[in-house]
Design a protein around this ligand. Structure first.
Ligand SMILES: C[C@H](O)[C@@H](O)[C@@H](O)[C@H](O)C(=O)O
Ligand SMILES: [Mg+2]
Length: 485
């Protein structure tokens, strides 16, 4: 039973100096300090349970998000949790429709990242009070209740409440078996942490060798390059995506030694050629390689560059151009069809509207939700359901601090209650900073094992928060004078 009135909201600026080691660096974000605006909400209930939420940022931006969280706080304070979750759609809309703050959004940028941090804390609190991890709270929730958490404004032309309900009701079939399967085997992951752009060739080789040894192995399915090609072709011939499912298990090889790695590209073509060659040589010709350009290119440049990198057989190119350029993505997607390269995007798609249009324009083959970029579970639910309707596989983004912890809940729920499929699906994993969380992710045999602790896995260790708080935490006190000199 949910209980308590929200009596306090605090937000802290927590930063990790990851840029010093080149961790997380890509073609556009060359010095990322993985950071979080860390929100904690408390209630007047006697249980003392707190809700913890984050949004992911890259250092300097964090203080701006912290301001935005404070500006939103009055919408949450003194509210009964029962009233919030009893009309979650209304509450979501209240936060995103603040008559003044909406002007600096709407539903995008800093104010939306702040909304995500606050709502992530609410979901954590709710799940903790129910004694369940968020994925399980969602899986056990009645479809009508799930639908009542979603704001359908701006997407009813492709997904109505009735459509959503129908999808979720169909998802009830076989749910128990899929839950058992998840608990036993976990959700398949791929790793990005070997090949950040800030790493030397030696580091890349060393981390790649280690990852191979640790078994970044495909346990159930491999992305079928031939099928991907056919899918693109069908799109070109204007066939309905639904009439041509691109993930028929019949054609999937079941080689259990297949691996999944992502490499950063886009800054310098010669470097990319060299680094991709190193990885391909190490992982062999059959294993899965993804590439990520982090929005570095113009549309024609993306096509040209990827034509050169095609020989390394990437499954997808991620964020080839501006995340706002829906038609640009569609053009790139069409051009890369004959090369068998899919388009993945989403980590910087502001909201459900952008995802709607990417799907409508057939501009992506892999949809990457993000647990902090979108308005928390509520908005992610709408995107998972749209992806299901368009039969586009969801492969979540998780490169950042806390993103793996959060997004595992969404993708496990997606499998059990929405997609019912693992074909062409894989969730990103990065091996950084998990030690700062009270309930860190658990990876086994290259799969996310469903978390069992109640909540959204976002609670950080108080000691870590204190040490990394910016600018007065111990870590920054030592670093800042050195950086100023
Ligand atoms: C700055 C970050 O590390 C990004 O490079 C990262 O999120 C990346 O795009 C990813 O896909 O993991
Ligand atoms: Mg990326």
């Amino acid at each position: 039973m949910v209980r308590g009135r929200i009596s306090r909201l605090s937000v802290r600026d927590v930063r990790f100096p990851t840029s010093l080691g080149g961790h997380g660096a890509d073609a556009m974000h060359t010095d990322p300090d993985y950071s979080a605006a860390y929100v904690v909400i408390e209630t007047d209930a006697e249980d003392g349970i707190k809700g913890c939420g984050i949004t992911f940022t890259l250092g300097k931006g964090t203080e701006v998000v912290v301001c935005a969280v404070n500006a939103l706080a009055h919408h949450v304070l003194n509210k009964d949790l029962k009233d919030i979750v009893g009309d979650f759609r209304g509450f979501y809309r209240q936060l995103t429709s603040d008559g003044q703050l909406r002007w600096i959004g709407p539903e995008k940028g800093v104010v939306h990242l702040a909304t995500a941090a606050v709502l992530n804390a609410v979901w954590d609190l709710w799940a903790k009070q129910e004694g369940k991890p968020v994925w399980k709270l969602l899986v056990d929730m009645d479809p009508r209740m799930l639908v009542s958490c979603i704001d359908f404004r701006y997407i009813t032309d492709v997904l109505t409440e009735e459509d959503a309900l129908e999808i979720l009701q169909k998802g009830q079939i076989g749910k128990k078996e899929r839950e058992k399967q998840m608990l036993a085997q976990g959700y398949p992951a791929y790793t990005t942490s070997c090949a950040w752009l800030g790493y030397s060739d030696d580091t890349l080789k060393q981390l790649c060798a280690q990852a191979l040894k640790d078994g970044w192995t495909s346990q159930r399915s491999q992305f079928p390059r031939a099928r991907l090609f056919l899918f693109h072709l069908s799109a070109l011939l204007s066939l309905q995506a639904t009439s041509f499912p691109h993930c028929s298990s019949a054609l999937l090889p079941s080689d259990s030694r297949l691996c999944r790695f992502k490499v950063k590209v886009g800054a310098d073509l010669q470097d990319d050629m060299r680094r991709c060659q190193i990885i391909r040589d190490m992982i062999g010709p059959e294993k899965t390689l993804m590439m990520d350009a982090n929005q570095r290119w113009d549309v024609p440049e993306a096509v040209e560059w990827m034509s050169k990198l095609a020989k390394f057989k990437p499954l997808w190119i991620e964020e080839p151009t501006s995340p706002d350029d829906i038609l640009g993505h569609a053009t790139i997607s069409k051009a890369l069809v004959p090369l068998g390269i899919g388009i993945a995007t989403g980590e910087q798609c502001h909201n459900r509207v952008i995802f709607k249009q990417l799907l409508q324009a057939k501009a992506l083959q892999f949809l990457q939700i993000d647990s902090c970029r979108l308005g928390s579970v509520n908005e992610n639910l709408s995107v998972l359901l749209m992806a299901k309707k368009f039969e586009i596989p969801v492969c979540p983004h998780a490169g950042g601090v806390g993103l793996c912890e959060l997004v595992q809940h969404l993708i496990i729920f997606d499998y059990i209650s929405v997609s019912a499929s693992l074909e062409n699906r894989v969730c990103e994993y990065v091996d950084h900073l998990h030690e700062h969380f009270k309930y860190p992710v658990m990876i086994q045999r290259a799969s996310y094992m469903p978390p069992k602790d109640p909540g959204y896995s976002t609670e950080m260790k108080e000691e870590s928060v204190k040490k990394h708080q910016y600018p007065d935490g111990e870590v920054w006190k030592k670093l800042l004078p050195a950086q100023e000199n």
